[in-house]
Design a protein around this ligand. Structure first.
Ligand SMILES: CC(C)(COP(=O)(O)OP(=O)(O)OC[C@H]1O[C@@H](n2cnc3c(N)ncnc32)[C@H](O)[C@@H]1OP(=O)(O)O)[C@@H](O)C(=O)NCCC(=O)NCCS
Length: 355
């Protein structure tokens, strides 16, 4: 297999535009085979953005494997450039008709060699499993997540592959989906008791300049104050400039963000973010949600999510939102249940240390 390595920004826009249709076809093939549904098909603007634009704070590298000139495998690594310089989040896929012939192993080994040479010695990865696949053989052997909550069948391809390549199964997440209309029909005051000392502000698009410091502080807390965060990386470092740079990177990919921020006076108490893309505006993707530790227990989590869904209903075409939560995060799952979320897929989170 001929493997090409494409760090973001290493090729001209002309080269990327020539490659893009082939990459999109391959990624669509992989997604259609996964059973996750067409909402998860690749987004052209997002894929082009990650091949073309090296970020200032985070970047990606892509690997493409060809046989007889045709793409049969691809891999991606998500990298932070600001903190966690030893970590790479990797994922790879092989065309269904080329599986079980060592192509996945060959690609992952090539990725590991170049990531290790750049000092990325801790790899994280994930596998996404529709409920029908997880439940297909209830008596089959399962591997328990090290978090102590949840398990996955060991003979599913993604699971077997990661085990074979020395990854440890750390945590199980539930991916769930809600119609925004469901959440919007629950007026915040009816479904949760918001402490009168708090207020919620919502906006769409880039973070207003006077809120960047507060959003930066909440993102930094997000990297330490969520279940299992210590497993997957060290505390991230955020400031107003990083928030502005991320907003600019989003604009370039046609990604629109809707944010709800909880305030007690002028102190930031929590936030939640949902993104959608110009390429598929009816689908929303839940980003971060955090209530700062000293503000928990006041109904802010549910109030933030509901306020953001109401705003989405009023100012976007988003019809449904996907979200991911650790299964041991029963507090967050209960909030999502209030907001009308139902299970869509299971996601295993894995970690490996390179020798
Ligand atoms: C996971 C995936 C990349 C494996 O690609 P592949 O080319 O079939 O993998 P390989 O042939 O290199 O397999 C390497 C080893 O992984 C294990 N493995 C891979 N697929 C397996 C399966 N379906 N059942 C059992 N073991 C499997 C085996 O140990 C295999 O070695 P062996 O064939 O000598 O027994 C492929 O199934 C895929 O694209 N799945 C969808 C994407 C995904 O789930 N990615 C996982 C996260 S990186």
């Amino acid at each position: 297999m001929e493997i090409t390595h494409i760090p973001a920004g290493s090729r001209s826009a002309t080269d990327i535009d020539a490659l893009l249709p082939e990459v999109l076809d391959f990624d669509t093939l992989i997604n259609r085979d996964s059973g996750l549904g067409q909402d998860f098909d690749p987004l052209p603007g997002e894929v082009r953005g990650r091949l073309l634009n090296p970020g200032e704070y985070t970047t990606t590298q892509t690997w493409i494997g060809r046989l007889d000139g045709k793409i049969v495998a691809s891999g991606i690594a998500y990298l932070s450039l600001q903190d966690n310089l030893h970590v790479a989040d990797v994922w790879c896929a092989v065309a269904p008709e080329h599986r079980r012939r060592g192509r996945g192993a060959e690609l992952l080994e090539s990725m590991e060699v170049s990531l290790r040479a750049e000092g990325r010695t801790q790899l994280t990865s994930y596998c996404e499993i529709p409920p029908s696949a997880r439940d297909a053989d209830p008596r089959g052997p399962n591997l328990a997540a090290e978090s102590g909550a949840g398990s996955l069948p060991v003979d599913l391809p993604g699971v077997a592959f990661l085990i074979r390549h020395g990854f440890d199964f750390k945590q199980l997440e539930r991916c769930s989906v809600a119609q925004t209309a469901t959440a919007a029909s629950l007026a915040p005051g009816d479904s949760v008791d918001l402490d009168p000392g708090y207020s919620i502000e919502t906006w769409n698009g880039p973070t207003p300049a006077h809120r960047r410091e507060q959003i930066a502080m909440l993102h930094q807390r997000m990297s330490t104050d969520t279940p299992g965060s210590a497993e997957f990386g060290e505390e991230e470092s955020w400031d107003a400039a990083r928030v502005a740079a991320l907003d600019a990177q989003r604009e370039a990919k046609g990604e629109r963000l809707h944010t709800a921020l909880a305030l007690r006076g002028e102190s930031a108490a929590g936030f939640t973010e949902v993104a959608h893309f110009d390429d598929r505006p009816e689908i929303g993707w839940q980003g971060s949600t955090l209530v700062a530790k000293d503000h928990r227990g006041h109904g802010l989590g549910a109030a933030l999510k509901i306020a953001n869904h109401v705003a989405l209903g009023e100012s976007s075409e988003v019809e449904r939102v996907y979200t991911w939560n650790a299964v041991e995060n029963s507090w967050m799952l209960a909030i999502n249940d209030v907001a009308g979320f139902a299970t869509w897929a299971w996601v295993g989170l894995w970690k490996k240390r390179l020798a």
